[in-house]
Design a protein around this ligand. Structure first.
Ligand code: BGC
Length: 747
């Protein structure tokens, strides 16, 4: 450990043993604590509660109000603070260190036991609340890379830059499965498939936490939002989900189970309800399932104000006090209160009057203190700034660029119109996302909703700027043509396009998340539809670039468009990645992590049941998405041959090796995702028509062939049965890789 600054020396704690990392006994600290001190540890407030200005209308740049902070420390003995002050913007590295340094310093001076405060932040796609941090594609784009090594690297960089900001706790990753495309947070998920999302969950946890979470470059992860948050029946944020216990375990538990097995330290709870019970009050989910069955030992934190909402919104508690009791007894450890101290006062009362046993809160306090100890906070509440030379570096931006490049998904390329290689042709560029960094980044970018342009990182390129760099100013013509929802001087746009040889329309969606992101209809906004339709009437090759929060319906405009690039929300380097895909500097290799619907109510997933294939004419052609899960083109083409199994029957603990040869039959090098699906021919629960159970991303030069091997075990073909047990039933399984199929018998 490097030399500690003078500032730190003031913060070395006085209680015997506290100053040494690892040298503290959590039990002995808890035995010294008063009820107020314990409850304080269970309280998390927003920065607004201790900063100058009013809640959600803070003075900027944010600055601590020392009298408010003193009250929070001495009277309420708070254990945790979060975020930038609701509605406020991003904070500079220096200011973060000043704010958190002062919190720890004041806490060390005025609290009796000097237990360090834990600061948590939403670093959702990079450290999005620190000025100049590296911003990656949102999770849905990360999933589209099908490259867990890149996702791990991106998360490791996020951890580094979060700790550089003096913050040891990141409320990420989102492990909710994206099976409801209307949902405003669809872009925050790893998509619809359980196996792909589990693989990415593991990569994210490893990247954030590493092997030793006390390292100056690692943070505690927070898997969220347990459980079933992403599947509201109406598609609206925080509205009821109807999910059977079997389906909960089949689709929604596995990502969390994987993250728990990967050592995730904390978990955040779903603000909504499942089958009529708000999850924050659900003992069966928070204690029986999470603790007893899944074996989670870390900290369970509520989501924003969710204890109060048991009374205010869900109406299952008739007072705030009852709400506090319900949530704590259900299994909550820490309350993201976050705008006042009523939770703290009520919980003290409940414990003192005997309505909640002190042993119950001891359990939570021990979990919270263990987290602080594992993070090394008792020894080093934060690390010196000179340990972070790579913050916001070019090296890190290149990893973001690489991630964006591997996420870009080419969905249509008629007559191989792309890449555009003619250096003489004029290219007309338009559309709402053509010249906007915000529309490339989406929500959780510098501000909660990500709309404010004030905080954008300097020198990052929009799609338009990157195209100009690639093709030269003379080749590129531009007019905006439309915002996300209104046409802008359409005639001028058409006139300009008429002068060009090729047209690129960059579609987009207003950055948003949570409630402000609710929509009633997945259709592409009318203005954007009109823009494309009018330009298509010019009969020139038109390329669509889609930067959406969720798959907006493009069915009317896909057939006449020559090419479609789906870019998700690719982050600060997304402009370069898209332009490089268009000019052919990179070869796209992204694959859809969800099924792209053809029409607004058509939410059938790739792993649907056979009944969902039935068409109105009684044929089996009923499943007709716009684009299928796992789909994505390349500038080269790959062929598959010679699928072989090492055995024809799989029993007990045996494994089978499945091998296949893949050949790059095209003219340039490229990456391909070899996707292994299986189909259980008959099962006691209606089996899906196919299910992903493994994949590998490989790179091949032109003309090169490679033999790819997968090792599979019986449990790879398992599912949750009627008795809620995970089983693999005896019978035939069909393995499918691309156009190759072969059966194996499992017993
Ligand atoms: C969101 C969480 C987030 C929390 C803190 C909530 O509204 O649902 O995902 O971590 O706020 O910002």
């Amino acid at each position: 450990m490097r030399k500690i600054s003078l500032f730190f020396i003031c913060m070395i704690f006085t209680l015997p043993g506290f100053a040494q990392r690892g040298g503290i006994s959590i039990d002995s600290i808890v035995s010294l604590m008063s009820i107020e001190e314990k409850v304080g540890q269970m309280t998390q407030v927003d920065l607004g509660v201790i900063a100058k200005g009013e809640n959600c209308k803070l003075q900027t740049p944010q600055e601590l109000d020392l009298s408010k902070l003193n009250l929070a420390i001495t009277k309420y003995k708070i254990g945790s603070v979060l975020n930038v002050g609701c509605g406020s913007g991003t904070i500079s590295l220096e200011n973060w260190r000043k704010i958190i340094g002062s919190i720890q310093n004041e806490n060390a001076k005025y609290s009796r036991l000097k237990i360090p405060v834990i600061y948590g932040v939403d670093a959702i796609h990079g450290v999005n609340y620190t000025v100049g941090g590296t911003l990656f594609p949102q999770q849905i784009g990360q999933a589209a890379t099908w490259n867990p090594a890149l996702v791990e690297q991106a998360n490791a960089i996020t951890a580094y830059e979060t700790r550089a900001s003096a913050i040891p706790w990141n409320f990420s990753p989102v492990l909710d499965i994206g099976r409801q495309p209307l949902w405003s947070r669809f872009f925050e998920t790893y998509g619809e498939d359980v196996y792909l999302a589990k693989t990415m969950a593991k990569a994210a946890i490893n990247g954030l936490q590493g092997k030793d979470v006390s390292s100056p470059y690692k943070v505690a992860a927070c898997m969220k939002h347990f459980l079933g948050y992403s599947y509201p029946l109406s598609g609206k944020d925080r509205t009821p989900a109807w999910i059977s216990d079997r389906e909960l375990r089949e689709y929604f538990v596995p990502t969390f189970q994987q993250a728990i097995e990967s050592g995730a330290k904390t978990i955040m709870i779903n603000s909504g309800d499942i089958n009529g019970t708000p999850v924050h009050a659900n003992y069966d989910i928070l204690t029986v399932l999470l603790r007893n069955e899944l074996g989670f030992k870390g900290v369970a934190v509520t989501d924003w104000e969710d204890i109060y909402k048991l009374e205010k919104v869900h109406r299952v508690a008739s007072s705030k006090k009852e709400a506090v009791k319900m949530a704590i007894m259900a299994g909550i450890d820490m309350s993201m209160t976050p705008l006042d101290f009523e939770f703290t006062e009520l919980l003290v009362e409940l414990v003192k009057e005997g309505s909640i046993p002190e042993s119950r809160i001891n359990l939570s306090v021990k979990r919270i203190l263990t987290l602080k100890k594992e993070l090394g906070l008792f020894a080093y509440p934060f690390y010196p700034s000179d340990q972070y030379p790579k913050f916001g570096s070019k090296e890190y931006a290149e990893v973001s660029y690489q991630t964006a490049c591997e996420s870009v998904t080419l969905l249509k390329n008629q007559n191989t119109i792309l890449p555009l290689t003619n250096t003489k042709e004029k290219i007309f560029v338009c559309g709402p996302s053509a010249n906007s960094l915000n529309l490339l980044n989406g929500g959780w970018t510098h501000t909660w909703q990500g709309v404010d342009t004030l905080y954008n990182t300097k020198n990052k390129l929009s799609i338009l700027q990157a195209l100009r760099n690639n093709f030269g100013n003379n080749q590129i013509l531009y007019a905006k043509g439309s915002s996300t929802d209104s046409l802008i001087d359409l005639q001028n746009c058409i006139n300009q396009a008429a002068k060009a040889d090729k047209i690129i329309v960059c579609l987009g969606e207003i950055p948003c998340t949570e409630l402000p992101g609710n929509i009633d209809d997945l259709s592409l906004p009318k203005a954007q539809n009109t823009l494309v339709t009018k330009l298509l009437a010019l009969n020139k090759p038109l390329i669509l670039v889609c930067c959406f929060n969720r798959p907006r319906i493009i069915h009317d405009i896909v057939p006449a468009s020559a090419a479609v690039i789906y870019a998700y929300l690719p982050g600060d380097e997304g402009g370069r990645a898209i332009a490089d895909c268009i000019s052919g500097k990179i070869n796209p290799s992204g694959k859809l992590p969800f099924t792209y619907p053809k029409s607004v109510n058509d939410f059938v997933h790739y792993d649907h049941k056979t009944t969902e294939e039935l068409s109105t004419d009684f044929s089996m052609n009923g499943y007709q998405p716009e684009f299928d899960f796992g789909f994505g083109l390349s500038y080269t083409n790959f062929t598959y041959s010679a699928m072989e199994f090492s055995k024809t029957t799989l029993s007990g603990n045996d494994s089978v090796e499945v091998s296949i040869t893949i050949t790059n039959a095209g003219k340039r090098a490229g990456k391909e995702v070899v996707q292994l699906y299986y189909k259980d021919l008959f099962a006691s629960i209606t089996p899906p028509v196919k299910k992903l159970c493994n994949f590998q991303k490989v790179e091949l030069n032109s003309g090169e062939s490679k033999k790819i091997r997968f090792i599979l075990k019986k449990e790879d073909f398992s599912f949750i049965n009627k008795a809620l047990q995970r089983v693999t039933e005896a019978g035939e399984i069909e393995i499918q890789i691309s156009n190759q199929h072969k059966r194996i018998y499992v017993n």
